[in-house]
Design a protein around this ligand. Structure first.
Ligand code: PMP
Length: 470
């Protein structure tokens, strides 16, 4: 390169450096303005987040980006980062200490190690054992040396069996190459988010929600935007409010029906309404349907598979339906492009799921009676627990499905975390505190993953504990 060209390059580079510094100086100025805004909001008793102001900001930024020839998507991602930094520097009330079901489980396990018999209604794990044929198949395949790597998506035989299963169950036309066998539904959620969301994108999470969604959105650099639902509305999501939460940065909505922790299932009209919003706003529906088989209403489970025209990732699992939590096997279904993207991520991170577990999953898909029986048992438990809870100072939605009841404690000034700890200490009953599922601090979650007699004893003790409180 000639000397003249080199100095021209140096000049441009130093200009780039100066512009970058200027951007930083502007950000610093923006931050101090945000602190002032925060102080004023605090004085006026206004909340830190204001969706209408954010929306207006985003609209203005989109216009400006267009004027300046900057890609709209990039401008929106940058705006998200600026909004998040602004939120960080604004004065806010001290954070509430929230315990999760994992914290309570740890405390329960510590008591158990001391020989105390605890009634475990904290962790969302069914007590059912995997069907014998499933265990036998895993064992036989392992013995036969089927413990090798497989293709990242999983063996063709398993993926075809899953495609046949959803065809039989929902009439859905899914090809085997649209299926990935994942490490439980949990890894399916990660794959769905990692393939859909990049830093600065927003994802709508409907609260109360499984506590993993929000951190998982954050892992992939996204920003969770919460749509709260209320017990008073039967946990029904308000579609107008959902529309309001969607911004130019939104990429996906996470659905989980039947829901952990509320037990809510959506009727066809609401489900379809959400699908239409996703289509309208060009969003991906990440539909976590791991509780599809625990459906107590007798009506057909509403699944995203009924809407092949929307962008979706379906997440399912063998954990709940067949009591196979420790097998760590689930699956995703999506369009081919996204499935290939997710398969690359799976391949990079874990290669594939164990080969003999894949055969066990094929076997489980033959045990439909077992899944049906498990569902009936869960329904019976839900009925019995709700009946026993009724006279207590609690308000709850009778679950349509899943394996939980999520009552509100109607005793003044009660905090769900404190309630869970004291209930464990005084009555040796463990439940999950409501604050882990969102802004539901005076709620707690009962998991139905125990025999009915055990659950009823647990509810009896909850009743005794509640009367000792009032
Ligand atoms: N989604 C929801 C809503 C859940 O409650 C759970 C388990 N608690 C999972 C996904 C993941 O389950 P697994 O990874 O065992 O399939």
């Amino acid at each position: 390169m000639s000397c003249a060209k080199e100095s021209e390059l140096d000049k441009l580079r130093s200009e780039v450096l100066e512009v970058t510094k200027e951007i930083l100086r502007l950000i610093a100025r923006r931050q101090s303005l945000c602190v002032e805004v925060g102080k004023l909001k605090q004085a006026k008793g206004l909340s830190i987040e204001d969706p209408s102001i954010e929306r207006a900001l985003r609209e203005a930024i989109t216009k400006e980006a267009l004027n300046l020839g900057i890609e709209k998507d990039f401008a929106q991602k940058l705006t998200t980062l600026l909004i998040e930094e602004c939120t960080k520097v604004q004065p806010k009330p001290p954070e509430r200490k929230v315990l999760t079901h994992r914290d309570i489980a740890r405390m329960a396990e510590a008591l158990e190690r001391q020989g105390v018999k605890v009634i475990r209604m904290d962790v969302g794990e069914p007590d059912f054992r995997a069907p014998n044929t499933v265990v036998e198949r895993a064992y036989q395949e392992m013995k036969a040396g089927r413990s090798r790597y497989t293709e990242p998506k999983g063996k063709q035989e398993l993926r075809q069996a899953i495609a046949d299963y959803v065809k039989m169950r929902y009439g859905a036309d899914v090809r085997a190459d649209q299926v990935i066998a994942t490490v439980g539904g949990a890894f399916g959620v990660y794959l769905a988010l990692a393939s859909t969301v990049s830093p600065g994108d927003e994802v709508i999470v409907i609260d109360p929600s499984w506590p993993i969604y929000k951190p998982c959105v954050r892992y992939v650099g996204g920003r969770p935007i919460v749509l709260e639902t209320r017990l008073e509305d039967g946990w029904e999501p308000d579609l107008d409010k959902l529309n309001e939460k969607i911004s130019a940065a939104t990429k996906a909505i996470i659905l989980n029906y039947p829901c952990n922790p509320t037990g809510k299932a959506l009727d066809k009209k609401t489900f379809k309404g959400i699908v239409e919003i996703a289509q309208d706003r060009k969003l991906t529906l990440i539909s976590d349907e791991v509780y599809a088989d625990y459906n107590f209403t007798g009506s057909e489970h509403n699944t995203v598979l009924n809407y092949p025209d929307v962008n979706y990732v379906l997440i399912s699992s063998f954990s709940k339906s067949w009591g196979m939590t420790g097998f760590r096997v689930g699956f995703t279904i999506s369009d081919l492009d996204r499935t290939n993207k997710m398969a690359t991520i799976q391949s990079t991170l874990i290669t594939c799921i164990p080969e003999f577990i894949q055969y066990a999953a094929i076997e489980a898909l033959k045990c439909l009676d077992e899944a049906k029986k498990n569902s009936e048992v869960m329904k019976d438990r839900a009925e019995a627990v709700c009946k026993a809870l009724k006279p207590l100072p609690l308000t709850f939605y009778k679950p349509d499905g899943a394996m939980y009841v999520f009552p509100r404690i109607d005793v003044k000034g009660v905090d769900g975390s404190e309630f869970a700890v004291k209930l464990l200490e005084n009555k040796n009953v463990s439940v999950a505190p409501g604050g882990a599922f969102g802004n539901y601090f005076n709620y707690f979650r009962i998991s139905l993953g125990q025999p009915k007699e055990v659950l009823l004893e647990g509810v009896k003790r909850i009743g005794e504990f509640l009367s000792s409180m009032s």
